[in-house]
Ligand binder design. Structure first.
Ligand code: EPZ
Length: 417
């Protein structure tokens, strides 16, 4: 297993270009199952989760060819199997997004239950009960979801919670259903909208994208197309916060700042000097003061930026209160930051962070993807070397993180454990 050796304190400067969004491409690649002919994707990020999704799609029978760097064709003519096996699904719960497309086009699916993960139990009840409302017969046997249908039918669905994955699975399932499906209380995340745009490009009839009520009129078939996903707003937020933590001037390009409205507003409230452009945010040296952050579904403050905000808060002036409302166990970065000298107290689902901590480099352990990013950010502020171990967590969602930060002048090196 590799580790990242981060030397601090680091000043960083220059420009960094963000990759295309992992959380857009993962459901979109699953959506390629729906197409009767070839789909071409450009600028697919080289991430561990993308490779896992590709392994799963290949297992199902999809032929994936690299046309040129970052550009891939996906073609699923007929299924080799309708089973998404545990050994693939357990490493990435987003695999559950093949369920809707398999049911819609092939009328059957056998998908391993994803199981929990580090940040919480993460059930899929909202996916399953709403697919049943669309006419799927679903049983749970031996840790697998067994689903079949003669043909999915349109239904009026209301999500108890605006689940990103459930909205995506149900939207994909509805594209080939018989009749019209309405999804009420749909998730508004930009990645959901991007999936909707991809499905429309393939010929799906969808109204209400970017709203809490999405209407999908089923069609007979979907065709191939060429698509490129949006820039990764969570990766962008991570680099923006790295600039603020090191009192640097950096330009973060290749994403839509509107997708980070809540984050940018909160950072500016805390004293950040940021300039927004069409497809970039420029960060200027700023004096950051503590703030109150509550994670929420989009357009609220994203849970995927919570860990990075805790890291920033350790350096802010004054106290911050950061409360996690989406997942039940998303503070694994806290004990690791405390080992570096951070002054953080957990009270229920809140982290109370006393700012102005002088952090010391230390060997730290990655747990979930975003917690790992927070440790790298803290390493830039710490005195000495921070050895960030089990970097495979980072490789899931941050393309070339070592090279990108080194390109900004940070002292960061990937070494074999
Ligand atoms: C997506 O996960 C993202 N993953 C997550 O990013 C992100 O944190 C999350 O949305 C929230 O924004 C991908 O897009 C691949 P949810 P997802 O369904 O779809 C509960 C990262 O770091 N819930 O909106 O799993 C669930 O337990 C990852 O890139 C149910 O109770 O999120 C959680 O508490 C981490 N029943 C809440 O809803 C269900 O059937 C949000 O889950 C589904 C969800």
């Amino acid at each position: 297993m590799d580790k990242l050796v981060v030397k601090g304190p680091s000043r960083i400067e220059g420009e960094v270009t963000i990759s295309k969004a992992k959380n857009a491409y993962l459901p979109i690649l699953a959506g390629a199952i729906l197409a009767e002919d070839e789909v071409i994707f450009s600028e697919v990020p080289n991430l561990r989760d993308i490779r896992t999704m590709n392994n799963l799609l290949t297992h199902l029978g999809t032929v994936i060819e690299e046309k040129k760097a970052g550009e891939f064709s996906y073609f699923l003519n007929e299924l080799k199997t309708h089973e998404a096996p545990y050994d693939l699904v357990k490493t990435m719960r987003a695999s559950i997004c093949v369920l809707g497309p398999l049911l819609a086009r092939f009328k059957k699916a056998r998908v391993s239950l994803p199981g929990g993960c580090a940040i919480g139990t993460r059930p899929i009840d909202l996916h399953l009960k709403n697919l049943e409302k669309m006419g799927a017969e679903i049983t749970i046997e031996g840790g697998y979801v067994e689903a079949k249908t003669d043909r999915l039918k349109g239904a009026h669905l209301t999500l108890d919670f605006p689940s990103v994955g459930a909205t995506e699975n149900l939207m994909m399932a509805a594209t080939l259903a018989n009749g019209t499906t309405v999804i009420e209380n749909a998730a508004l995340e930009p990645e959901v909208t991007d999936l909707g745009h991809f499905l429309q490009r393939m010929g799906a009839k969808i109204e209400g994208l970017d709203s809490k009520t999405i209407t999908i009129h089923g069609v007979e078939k979907l065709n191939g197309c060429h698509f490129t996903a949006i820039g990764d707003r969570i990766e962008a937020a991570t680099y923006i916060i790295s600039g603020l933590m090191t009192n640097s001037q950096i330009k973060v390009k290749g994403f839509n700042p509107i997708h980070l409205d809540a984050v940018i507003e909160k950072l500016e409230q805390m004293g950040a000097k940021l300039e927004r452009g069409e497809d970039f945010v420029e960060v200027f040296p700023s004096k950051i003061v503590g703030g109150e952050i509550d994670t929420a579904p989009y357009p609220g403050f994203p849970t995927d930026v919570q860990a990075q905000m805790v890291a920033l808060a350790t350096q802010a002036e004054g106290t911050s209160i950061i409360t996690e409302h989406i997942f039940e166990n998303r503070f694994m970065h806290v004990p690791e930051l405390q080992r570096m000298g951070a002054n953080i107290t957990i009270k229920g689902n809140s982290a109370i962070v006393k700012g102005g901590a002088s952090l010391k480099g230390a060997p730290v352990m990655c747990t979930d993807l975003r917690a790992s990013a927070a440790l790298v950010l803290a390493g830039f502020c710490a005195e000495g070397e921070t050895h960030v171990q089990r970097v495979y967590h980072l490789d899931r969602g941050y393309e070339k993180i070592g090279e990108k930060f080194a390109g900004l002048g940070a002292t960061i090196e990937r070494v074999k454990e």
